[in-house]
Write a protein of this length. Sequence first.
Length: 290
Amino acid sequence: MHSRIHRRPYGLSGRVALTGLSAIAALLALAVYAVWIEPLWIEVKMHRLGEPRPTVAGTSGATRPRLRIAQLSDLHLQGIGQRETRVAEQIARLQPDLVVLSGDVIDRADALPVLDAFLHSLQGRPTVAVLGNWEHWSEIDLAQLQSTYARHPHATLLVNASQLYRLGGGQVQVHGLDDHTAGQPQLPQLEPESPQGRIQVLVQHSPAWFDEAAAQRTTARYDLCLAGHTHGGQITLFGLPLWTPSGSGAYVGGPYPSPLCKTLYVSKGIGTSVLPARLGARPEIAVFDW
């Protein structure tokens, strides 16, 4: 006599448990990616501005641009780790004529030594910086911050001030504004007609300022305007940011039209704030070639 063994079919509860485990594993993998992979996965975005130069007969035309500016935004320096080392290596490879630090370079008063070390890693390359909201909120002593930049002859901190550079065979005038979110930006007077060949660059950390009346009513026209602050949302789903900080306005990242600027670019930045994670908002170095 043979006995039958009845096997219980794989029930609904088993499938639900398996689905739950798969979801947990996927979330853990996503968390690992957002915390340990994407924040170090730096993207270099190249942008070409101005009119192309005619090539000389018999040459390939693959000459170096007349001027190259690299933008680093929202570094939020805590130490010199993998990310900061990679940024310095990329700057050495790209060889920009000017590096622009568009705010939130540090967000703690005790990070001044880290800023000092990072500026040293740029190896004497001309560098200009502006204030972000975190330089204000962290109550960093402005005189100490200014002296940290001043220890590096190649570096300058602009707070509602301008600096003229002779670079790449031409002139670049950089106007650095105080932060719109936490400071008091004042638009500098711009000559009605810039000297021929002089490039005018305006740097403001918080892009919502470009929608303010002060920015809208001026007759000035800048060749390049640079901002940051948004982190590209830092955490996004299907390319849509879950949140952007106050002072972002409708800006998230990339180029935008503006009556003030021939080119307005909002960087997704390098570092992180509040959460040590990025998802769908890779850190970026924006490079502008004329």
